[in-house]
Design a protein around this ligand. Structure first.
Ligand code: IPE
Ligand code: IPE
Ligand code: MG
Length: 247
């Protein structure tokens, strides 16, 4: 159904789309398979959505791949996820370069297994000159972790008298977050029917439009993605104002 894509108003595209890729485990369970089978099949959806976003002209795509809370899962699942990341990044760098997409990562990367961190930093390095779209992987990320980290950075600057308390503004705070170089998301999509944020981009999503869709992540296709963008384009973003002011 090419129609959905054709209906999208390219002039009103969300500049930044953030996605909570959820439902891999349930997808596998529904097929009587181990949870990691769902993660392996989720990679295809990552590829599809990255391609769809770049083709449309979206400038930033942030994908929640692993939260700080996900360490609490059984170690077999955590280890498989970490290995899957290494394999996937290694395999996809060529395609990212071909499509002119820059890879970025947010989160506490220092806690990742060495191999995973190396694969990631290698991917970031090898795609750093690309300009069409920024793909941001949130890995060992949580919104509260980032806010606390930013607070510490700012507190240290104030203590060293490099900054005054009155210089702490929305802009200087944003500059201390791991998302400093990315604009706030316009649209946040969560798959699998869950309607919570699970510690994702707490500062940055203050004025994003939310789309919660029932599809499990491995089943998420370009058409689902287009539908989310079309729904987004039918919303009126008032930013505290009233309709009549928005002409
Ligand atoms: C999302 O799918 C992937 C990660 C959190 C890494 P889940 O693994 O959370 O799948 P469900 O929610 O258990 O179905
Ligand atoms: C959020 O999904 C994290 C990622 C998608 C990486 P979870 O499946 O971990 O979230 P909860 O625990 O169900 O809220
Ligand atoms: Mg989940």
């Amino acid at each position: 159904m090419e129609d959905l894509k054709a209906q999208i108003n390219i002039a009103k595209l969300p500049e930044h789309i953030a996605v909570i890729m959820d439902g891999n485990g349930r997808w596998a369970k529904g097929r009587m398979q181990p949870r990691v089978f769902g993660h392996k099949n989720g990679v295809k959806a990552v590829r599809e959505i990255t391609e769809a976003a770049a083709e449309l002209g979206v400038k930033y795509l942030t994908l929640y791949a692993f939260s700080t809370e996900n360490w609490n899962r059984p170690s077999f699942e955590v280890n498989t996820l970490m290995r899957l990341l290494v394999d996937t990044i290694g395999r996809e760098v060529k395609t990212l370069n071909k499509n002119n997409i820059r890879l970025n990562a947010i989160g506490d990367l220092s806690k990742l297994p060495t191999k995973t961190r190396k694969a990631l930093l290698d991917g970031v390095e090898r795609t750093k000159h690309n300009t069409r779209m920024d793909l941001v992987l949130a890995l060992n990320y949580s919104g509260r972790w980032d806010i606390l980290n930013a607070t510490k950075t700012i507190a240290e600057k104030v203590a060293r008298q490099e900054m005054k308390t009155e210089d702490i503004t929305e802009a200087t705070y944003k500059a201390a977050l791991s998302t400093a170089t990315f604009p706030d998301p316009d649209l946040m999509i969560r798959t699998s029917g869950e309607t919570r944020l699970s510690n994702f981009l707490l500062w940055e999503l203050s004025y994003a439009e939310f789309q919660f869709i029932p599809t499990l992540w491995p089943d998420f296709t370009k058409n689902h993605f287009y539908e989310c963008i079309l729904n987004y384009q039918n919303k009126e973003r008032r930013f505290g104002m009233i309709s009549e002011q928005l002409v």
